[in-house]
Design a protein. Structure first.
Length: 181
């Protein structure tokens, strides 16, 4: 795999994680999801999941194993969110390091290519998942899209850099870059 391909997600949603439907998981034969927390499930300034995310978790857990894996070092924050969702978790993951992802995947008991890394960041989430051989899904962050560029300049820079390197847009409807639809 070329280095630039490590930044290329398998699937880009023009929606937040809630747009990841059971049908998509079944279509891609995914048995497990490793979910980033900050901005993927919960806005950074919030401490609790929204009712919509809690409902989505309830729906998805019926067809897939779920783990929360976050770079956030706050055991209180990530542990509290995990407890409210009744999900196992790892904080201080150090993504794009693969070490903590290995632990989550091993506990699920599925091959890495049947587990998706779901997150809102290319340099941490997509890169870590691709390095593990996971299916990678980039979602829109759990913030108002109008403030993303202004309030999240690093994510905006990541997207622009990747677009320039790879020559494809990272926005739009569901897109599949590496696997057949």
């Amino acid at each position: 795999m070329l280095w630039a391909e490590f930044l290329q997600p398998d699937l880009v949603l023009e929606n937040t994680v809630i747009g990841l439907t059971p049908e998509l998981l079944q279509h891609y034969q995914l048995k497990g999801l490793v979910l980033d927390v900050d901005e993927t499930l919960v806005p950074l300034k919030e401490r609790e999941v929204s009712p919509e995310v809690a409902e989505w978790i309830g729906q998805i857990r019926q067809i897939a194993s779920l783990w929360l894996v976050s770079n956030n070092i706050s055991e209180t924050r990530i542990g509290g969110i995990a407890k409210s969702l009744q999900l196992p978790y790892i904080c201080s993951a150090g993504k794009p390091s693969r070490r903590k992802l290995r632990a989550a995947i091993a506990s699920m008991g599925f091959p890495a290519d049947r587990v998706a890394m779901v997150g809102d960041r290319l340099i941490t989430d997509a890169l870590a998942g691709n390095r593990m051989g996971m299916f990678t899904i980039l979602v829109e962050p759990m913030v108002d899209p109008a403030i993303v560029a202004r309030s999240y300049p690093l994510r905006t820079l990541e997207v622009r850099l990747t677009q320039g390197l790879l020559g494809f847009p990272l926005t739009g409807k569901q897109q599949n870059f590496r696997k057949d639809s």
